[in-house]
Design a binder for this molecule. Structure first.
Ligand code: SF4
Length: 227
């Protein structure tokens, strides 16, 4: 039991943790000042998913920036930036996209359905996600009949400079909220079965694996979640 009741840090193995001495916050603060770190309780208070591995000033700034970034519906004015974001994904591991897909027609179709959302930081687009309508995916047998209609999220892209900050998860969470608002009972997601990072991310969001398929030259695991 901590002798600092308000300490929310659960790293009780740390010798500076208040459960391991009777000096309150002093050893923790001393260590943080020495290492240029911010105490864990501040990260907890700032909420959200910790976007980096570290605990330094810069890591805290990254968390605050991620918190401040807004997710908004994309407009015609965002097309060029969204396309640049898509192009920045080409050649990345597990990215099945090429110079022809996603195209401007894809963006136009998303815009016409109010189905494209972007995250902006200081006015610049750093991530996007779409609500998809793919009949081939919908036709898969694995989706639960009780949870119909199910929606699909797709084309999740995060700027390469902004990776590993929990942004993909935030985009997916936002997409799910929009689907729920629009009357969908569940969400479907296909994830490349070898993409460990994405699989980990979606397991944190409470998705259930309900099947497997081979589409678009890739082996996918099919994930479903009730909204
Ligand atoms: S400063 Fe350190 S010991 Fe004090 S509440 Fe924050 S994390 Fe806990």
């Amino acid at each position: 039991m901590s002798n600092v009741d308000f300490c929310t840090c659960n790293e009780t193995g740390c010798p500076n943790h208040p459960t391991n001495h009777d000096k309150g916050c002093t050893p923790c603060i001393e260590k943080n000042l020495r290492e240029r770190e911010i105490p864990a309780c501040f990260f907890k208070k700032a909420g959200g998913v910790k976007p980096t591995e570290g605990w330094h000033f810069e890591d805290f700034a990254a968390l605050m920036n991620a918190n401040a970034a807004e997710i908004v519906p994309a407009t015609e004015n965002d097309k060029e930036e969204v396309m640049a974001l898509y192009r920045a994904q080409l050649g990345r591991e597990f990215c099945p996209w090429n110079e022809y897909y996603p195209s401007y027609e894809t963006i136009d179709d998303d815009l016409s359905r109010d189905a494209l959302f972007v995250m902006k930081e200081n006015g610049r687009i750093i991530a996007s996600i779409s609500i998809d309508k793919d009949d081939a995916v919908e036709a898969l047998e694995c989706w639960s009949k009780e949870l119909a209609p199910g929606g699909e999220l797709s084309r999740l892209a995060v700027s390469p400079k902004m990776q590993n900050r929990g942004i993909a998860r935030k985009m997916a969470t936002h997409g799910m909220a929009v689907l729920k608002e629009r009357g969908f009972k569940s969400i479907h997601f296909l994830v490349n079965r070898h993409n460990k990072k994405a699989l980990q991310s979606y397991s944190h969001l409470g998705f259930n694996k309900v099947g497997e398929c081979f589409m678009y030259n890739q082996e996918f695991l099919c994930y479903e979640k009730e909204l």
